[in-house]
Design a protein around this ligand. Structure first.
Ligand SMILES: NC(=O)c1ccc[n+]([C@@H]2O[C@H](COP(=O)([O-])OP(=O)(O)OC[C@H]3O[C@@H](n4cnc5c(N)ncnc54)[C@H](OP(=O)(O)O)[C@@H]3O)[C@@H](O)[C@H]2O)c1
Length: 312
């Protein structure tokens, strides 16, 4: 039987690397994985992990693919020897943290280019063939930052909100073609994501006003706590990708964790946005909330300090 051909973007580290390994070493041996990387010079850790997991040699191949470059995407597609991709995983992404007014224009453009235009480029390259063959699955690494606004993550959230609209629109259109689009909505995951931010806020913060700098420090403390207490390992998250991949009728959204769902529900329950904004502000910036204030929080005390404001 033909193996399922999977192509994944952003496999130098994190979720992409672990998903590539998970599928390539699946005991069923039913996957052929094209793990793509922006820079093939960074493929060492992937091969090292593949060796130590005993991946069969013909189950994994690496290809250069930079989502910012349509020619690079087309070249990668042309190197898929099976001539088809059954499952496309749009995973490549970049974070950006800090006060909006401190971001350089080039930095903002670069994050939007990778996260939004890069995903569009990748889909444009692979969808036509899936539609022609009337078969295909698209998995996109989504984020709670695409479902709710997070302080000091405005541009990143803008990019991930855009991905929600992109995928939801395609999910409505594509089922008659036998093509299904699913978002894998991740909470905080222990990866290189925070080390690979588009730019490090550090020095740029000097130009920010004192109150914003203070709020940013409080946000950073909150973020450290969230990652310490609630972050998932990428291995756990890859299982959610597998569930989506194997579902007979794939849903539009899968969630790696349920811990931020109360906040997502709150956004929908109060369309004015007031309840969500107040709850998130308190969750991030109220260091030690008073007991009675906690009980009066919109949606109940469980919304006081959700693991919700990480930059995913
Ligand atoms: N970690 C989290 O808490 C979290 C939570 C929710 C969602 N996410 C999303 O998960 C996805 C994967 O992130 P991760 O957490 O696994 O972090 P990661 O370890 O930093 O992985 C990001 C990957 O994207 C690649 N990439 C960046 N720019 C690229 C480009 N122009 N072309 C191709 N690949 C590019 C990176 O490659 P290089 O090494 O070459 O830069 C890297 O392989 C992202 O879309 C992110 O937004 C992460």
């Amino acid at each position: 039987m033909d193996r399922t051909v999977v192509l994944i973007t952003g496999c130098s580290s994190g979720i992409g690397l672990h998903l590539a390994l998970r599928l390539a070493s699946d005991p069923s041996r039913s996957f052929k994985v094209y793990a793509t990387l922006r820079d093939l010079g960074a493929q060492g850790p992937l091969w090292e992990a593949a060796r130590s997991r005993g991946c069969p040699p013909d189950s994994l191949e690496t290809l250069q693919l930079d989502v910012r470059d349509a020619d690079s995407v087309a070249a990668a597609r042309a190197r898929v020897t099976e001539g088809r991709v059954d499952v496309l995983v749009c995973n490549a992404g970049r974070g950006l943290l800090g006060p909006l007014e401190m971001h350089a224009a080039g930095t903002v453009g670069s994050v939007l280019d990778v996260n939004v235009a890069g995903t569009v480029r990748t889909l444009q390259a692979f969808l036509p063939d899936m539609k022609r063959r009337r078969s295909g699955r698209v998995l996109v690494t989504g984020s709670m930052g695409g479902l709710m606004g997070l302080p000091f993550n405005a541009v990143y959230c803008a990019s991930k909100f855009a991905i929600e609209g992109l995928c939801e629109s395609l999910a409505v259109l594509l089922p008659p073609f036998g093509v299904h689009v699913s978002l894998i909505e991740c909470g905080p995951v222990r990866t290189a994501f925070l080390e690979k931010l588009e730019s490090v806020p550090g020095g740029a913060l000097d130009g920010a006003d004192a109150e914003t700098r203070d709020l940013f420090s409080r946000y950073q403390r909150h973020l450290e706590r969230i990652f310490r207490e609630a972050a998932q390992d990428p291995e756990e998250v890859t299982e959610v990708f597998l569930a989506a991949l194997r579902a007979p009728r794939p849903a539009l959204r899968y969630f790696s964790t349920e811990s931020f769902l109360p906040l997502a529900h709150l956004r929908l329950a109060d369309p004015s946005g007031c309840s969500y904004v107040a709850a998130m502000h308190r969750a991030v910036f109220a260091d030690e909330p008073a007991e009675e204030e906690s009980a009066a929080a919109p949606g109940g005390p469980e919304l006081r300090a959700p693991p919700a404001a990480a930059p995913q």
